[in-house]
Write a protein that binds this ligand. Sequence first.
Ligand code: 8YV
Length: 317
Amino acid sequence: MPTSANRVLQLGRLKPSLAETLRTDYHAYALPDGDRRDVFLAQHADEIGAIVVSGVTRVDSELMAALPNLKAVVNFGVGYDNIDVEAAAARGIGVSNTPDVLNDCVADTAVGLLIDTMRQFSSADRYLRTGRWVTDGNYPLTHQVSRSHVGILGLGRIGGAIAGRLRAFGCSISYHNRRQVPGSPYRYVDSAVGLAREVKVLVVAAAGGRGTRHLVDREVLDALGADGYLVNIARGSVIDQDALVEALTQGRLAGAGLDVFADEPNVPAALTKLDNVVLLPHVGSGTVETRAAMEALVLANLDKFLESGELVTPVTH
Ligand code: 8YV
């Protein structure tokens, strides 16, 4: 149980079991919405030492300023573009995320999306269910995944796990990253557009945030071209979504597999009408096993913070 000057605040919705643990074992507050929020802050702002939040809820400098004793933001998720990390650093507030424990599931999702997009399994399933196999005959031919040339945009922990899986498919792998990865067995390309120009499939695995906003723009999409495929398991903000919708609807891109979008949970209606697009509702890490591991890491960070003021997996940026 944290001391009264180091209370825990739940911000936004969390995994139900995590919210329950915070409420019962940590006597955490939950920040109310609307007018009740100001009333809550007037009464309790001084008590809050740590925030627990998930990737969908913003932690901005205004909120940090309203909590004078805030010392930690513990994030459920590896991506932390929901948190103003510069403002946190300036105020001496530590931020933690949940790295590594979700690499496998997110990489599985990327490969699943890539295969579904190129082989059109979801579309073929719809074809069968709507009786078209009987009326129209065999499903049209699609494109081979094995031995294709794949580009990974962002060769971090998740990008590396995706590349490792695709290697087993005999794919040749190139990548673009802010910095070349020392000792990487994959071919480095020094720009996103250069990478898109040489590959059949571009897989986006770069962290979100200001530095990567619209890294995949119209020029990159055109470099990928009418025979190229795009897969995104990172953040919707990394892609210029309007340019993507335009390229797909005009046939300037062969297809796309998307787990993330610019304004979740809203997805452009134009995308839902296309059969060469596979759309998932941000399920990359969404398995029982991985979400349990993320929850355990959130609590490990919180416990360490409450004991020592330190975090297990602090974000360094
Ligand atoms: C989660 C994610 O869906 O870890 C991330 O960055 O995007 C996902 O694992 C999300 O954080 C849960 O809200």
